[in-house]
Design a protein around this ligand. Structure first.
Ligand code: AMP
Ligand code: ZN
Length: 116
């Protein structure tokens, strides 16, 4: 657990969250400021600041998170699909430096890139 990491505190239950899924390695919870009708995040319980800090030894954990995303999305009613976003580092707009996968859907999801 990293000092002063809000997602580590959520992972260990010190800060409450609206949980979607939990096991020994992974937690999923609803985003406090949703940008879509369904918006939750998948995090590893292990503190990894971002994708930049991942190593080969994390392949299993990362694979597990990606496999969980569609399963949990379907459970949340996103049978038609969803968007996943992983912001990485300051250059990627990351604000909470504990790796997380955003899963968003429901309603209208606009194209990622506007083509004028
Ligand atoms: P990012 O910009 O990818 O680092 O996203 C961080 C996300 O964490 C934002 O969408 C926030 O709304 C969300 N967030 C921050 N604090 C909490 C919290 N206590 N519970 C749930 N979501 C949070
Ligand atoms: Zn952390």
């Amino acid at each position: 657990m990293a000092d002063n990491c809000i997602f580590c505190k959520i992972a260990c239950g010190e800060i409450p969250s609206n949980k979607v899924y939990e096991d020994d390695e992974v937690l999923a919870f609803h985003d406090i400021h949703p940008v879509a009708p369904v918006h939750f995040m998948l995090i590893p319980k292990l503190h990894l600041a971002s994708l930049m800090e991942t190593e080969d030894s994390h392949a299993g954990l990362l694979g597990k998170m990606l496999l969980l995303a569609p399963r949990l999305a379907k459970q949340q009613g996103l049978e038609k699909g969803f968007r996943t976003v992983i912001n990485t580092g300051k250059g990627g707009g990351q604000e909470v430096f504990h790796l997380h996968i955003h899963v968003m859907g429901g309603g209208h999801i606009p194209p990622m890139v506007r083509r004028d």
